[in-house]
Design a protein around this ligand. Sequence first.
Ligand code: ADP
Length: 194
Amino acid sequence: MFNLVLFGPPGSGKGTQSENIVSNYKLDHISTGDLLRDEVSRHTPLGIEAKKFMDQGMLVPDEVVIGMISSRIDENPNSRGFIFDGFPRTRPQAEALDKLLEFKNTAIHLVLSLEVPEPELIKRLISRGETSGRSDDTEEVITRRIKEYHAKTQPVANYYYEHSKLERVVGDNSIPETFKILTKHINKYLLPVT
Ligand code: ADP
């Protein structure tokens, strides 16, 4: 099993690159943003609670997302491995993920961090907001999301750096160029399925 965390600020291209990675390496994709938006659209109790945080650009409480991740892992017992996108976003989430995976006799093998300058992030998110219909892609909420990222999520990179799992990747090249760099790192662990 090979487990990868795709790390980076909002707008860094995690969703796009995850799709490419999933189709080339046949990993199971776990995006907490997508899982939460699905709960919101189904008006589940979890979704109704989560929406209050998401619409303000705040992180949803750790225990909510950790519970969701745990059930997604359990739903895929024969997985080749997982790609975690948008998770972990806090140090407690990173620690909880390590414990969950240890319990399943596996671990996070690699963390790829997409590095994109802030003005480019803001530009991308505002332009996505024009078509995505996402209620959190407005300028005011984007600013808050980036602030949350610096305060709570950036320390997660240090956590994985301390565990010698972090690789930084320049994320403002073209989509195929960025994907090529990501594959160079992944291929050290797992080859694409042809
Ligand atoms: P982006 O990376 O573009 O900001 P996501 O789709 O990953 O967007 O997340 C959207 C929102 O969902 C976040 O702003 C946050 O409110 C919530 N969210 C997603 N993942 C997590 C997580 N791991 N922990 C807490 N909140 C999360």
